[in-house]
Write a new protein. Structure first.
Length: 152
């Protein structure tokens, strides 16, 4: 697992604890029932975002991934990131709500999409067109057909 993958895994494991702490802080500031109502309201907003365009955006993203690759899809101005914003709003919690709202703001969404596209494109290995990896002569060898495993 890469360093980035480990950080993401740790963040996902700590997210529920952070959400509980965030809820308690908001409930302390505005009261329990207003905080609960706000959480329900943002979940409903996430449902509206997904209902309005989420399905079609995800379907378009599937086609685009097959045709152009995931880096180009991540860099698109809307699409997958808007649907992800709706999903994050739908999840209960104020931290995911803030992240989801951020994905619905155009400039933030474009910046994040471009950043994701750059990270996906530059994974440390030189790539050619359409994700072809350029290997040096000492990094590969020819294998005769009889040594290949049965692919059935």
């Amino acid at each position: 697992m890469t360093r980035l993958g480990k950080r993401i895994a740790i963040a996902l494991l700590l997210l529920p604890l952070a959400e509980v702490v965030a809820f308690l802080l908001v409930a302390w500031a505005i009261g329990f029932f207003p905080a609960l109502g706000l959480m329900i309201l943002t979940s409903a907003a996430g449902g509206v975002v997904l209902h309005r365009g989420g399905r079609s955006q995800i379907a378009q993203a599937r086609v685009a991934v097959r045709q152009r690759g995931i880096a180009d899809v991540a860099a698109q101005p809307g699409g997958v990131l808007v649907a992800l914003g709706g999903i994050l709003l739908l999840l209960p919690g104020f931290i995911t709500d803030l992240l989801g709202l951020g994905l619905l703001v155009g400039p933030l969404r474009r910046w994040l999409g471009a950043a994701i596209g750059r990270v996906i494109r530059s994974d440390g290995r030189p790539t050619g067109p359409r994700g072809v990896i350029d290997l040096g002569p000492d990094e590969w060898r020819s294998v005769p057909d009889q040594e290949l495993p049965d692919q059935r």
